[in-house]
Design a protein. Sequence first.
Length: 217
Amino acid sequence: MPAGLIALSLVPVIAGAFRVTTLTIGVEVTPENARFVASPIPVVLHAVGSSVYLVLGALQFAPSLRRRRWHRIAGRILVPAGLISALSGMWMAVFYAIPAAMNGPALIVMRLVLGTAMAVAIVVAFLAIRRGDVRTHSAWMTRAYAIGLGAGTQLLTLLPWTLAFGVPSQTMHSVLMGAAWAINLFVAEVVIRRRARRGAGTVRAAGRSAVPAAHLS
């Protein structure tokens, strides 16, 4: 799973690195990048925060790392990185002059709702682990990561449509972007429920093994 998630993260990570590099070395101002040149801080924060969140977050799904101290150390980096990613993304959705073909009203609403949901999920997960509730922490961090990974999955929804039918209209662009988030959240819920069933099965098995041990004592 971590390898697949990192592969899916490559698109937003590479795009973010390219954007930051061009802003650093200077680039000719065009209608497509004018908003970034005029106000570079939000996009730099979003690129860095998202890249750290996506790569480290993918490694958090490795069972061997979850049992080590590394998981906790990485989590302390993931929380601020994820919040920076979510909040900067919402700021850009509202204040950047994004071309209308790529940013209809429905997409703005989706970005604000999902950005808020991602930030809230991270906070809920943080509070849960502070009180020792590992299951709740794991579930909400999984949901937050699914939202953050939307930019990677959007390639899988936008590219086939573009190759088959050309550049999508504003409405279809919003539909395809929303479909990517919906796919991620659906998969996240499947993972959460499977994890819960495995945990319940482990508890039942432990309970059955404890009965003979109690008789023997």
